[in-house]
Design a binder for this molecule. Structure first.
Ligand code: DC
Length: 215
C-alpha cells in the first residue's frame, strides 16, 4: 500500500486452526501492511494470569488484572510484563485456559481498545481473531470468515505442533463450542463477511481467492 492509498482494514475471523494466521500473514505481506494476531493477545493475558497466580474463573480477579498487563507483539515476539512469552503462549497450559480468560468482559474491553489503537497508529492493517468483523471493526473494508472442518483443522495443527489427531480434534470442538456460545462477543460470522472454507484448499489458493476479492 502506498501512502496515497486509502487505509485498508481487513478483518479475519473464524474458528481455531482454520488457517487464519497463515492466510492473514500472507495477505499482510502482499498488501505491505501490518498484521495483528489478536488470539496472541488473549493468550498473552492468559499467560499473565497463570504467572500471577490469578484464578482463571475468578471474574473479579481477572478483571482487576487485565488493565495492568503490559504486552507487546513485535516481529512475532510476544512480551508479557517484560517476559518473553512467545513459546509459552502456544503451550498446553495457556491453550487450556485461554477460552475462560477471553470470556471475561473486562479482558475483552481492554484488548479491543488496544486493537483499535494499533490500527489507528498504522492507519490500517490485517487483523485476525474471532470478533474482528462483528465487534472490533464493524466497518472493515473486507471481512473474511475463514473456516474448515474440525478434522482438517486438527490434522493441520498436528502437522505443525505434533500430537494425536483425534485428541486435538476433540479439543478444537470443545474450544469452538466455548468460543461460539460465550455471552460476550461470541465467535460468529458478520452478516457481510465473505465465508472461505479452506477444507481441501492450499494456502496459496486461499490467498489468491482473497486477492481477487480486493481487486
Ligand atoms: O486464535 P487463537 O487460537 O490463538 O486464539 C486463542 C483464544 O483466544 C481462542 O480460544 C479464542 C480467543 N480469541 C477471542 O476470544 N477473540 C479474539 N479476537 C481472538 C481470540
Amino acid at each position: 500500500m502506498t501512502a496515497a492509498d486509502k487505509p485498508v482494514v481487513i478483518a479475519i475471523d473464524g474458528p481455531a486452526g482454520a488457517g487464519k494466521s497463515t492466510v492473514g500473514r500472507a495477505l499482510a505481506d502482499r498488501l505491505d501492511v501490518g498484521y495483528l494476531d489478536t488470539g496472541a493477545m488473549y493468550r498473552a493475558m492468559t499467560f499473565a494470569a497463570l504467572r500471577r497466580g490469578v484464578v482463571e474463573g475468578d471474574l473479579d480477579e481477572v478483571a482487576a488484572m487485565a488493565p495492568q498487563v503490559e504486552l507487546s507483539i513485535e516481529d512475532g515476539t510476544v512480551t508479557v510484563d517484560g517476559v518473553d512469552a512467545t513459546a509459552a503462549i502456544r503451550g498446553r497450559e495457556v491453550t487450556e485456559a485461554v477460552s475462560q480468560i477471553s470470556a471475561n468482559p473486562v479482558v475483552r474491553q481492554v484488548l479491543v481498545d488496544r486493537q483499535r489503537a494499533w490500527v489507528d497508529e498504522r492507519g490500517g492493517g490485517v487483523v485476525e481473531g474471532r470478533d474482528i468483523g462483528t465487534v472490533v471493526f464493524p466497518d472493515a473494508d473486507l471481512k473474511l470468515y475463514i473456516t474448515a472442518s474440525p478434522r482438517v483443522r486438527a490434522e493441520r495443527r498436528v502437522r505443525e505442533l505434533g500430537g494425536d489427531v483425534a485428541e486435538v480434534e476433540a479439543s478444537i470442538i470443545t474450544r469452538d463450542r466455548i468460543d461460539s456460545s460465550r455471552a460476550h462477543s461470541p465467535l460468529a460470522e458478520a452478516a457481510d463477511a465473505v465465508i472461505v472454507d479452506t477444507t481441501g484448499m492450499s494456502i496459496d489458493e486461499v490467498v489468491a481467492r482473497i486477492m481477487e476479492l480486493l481487486t
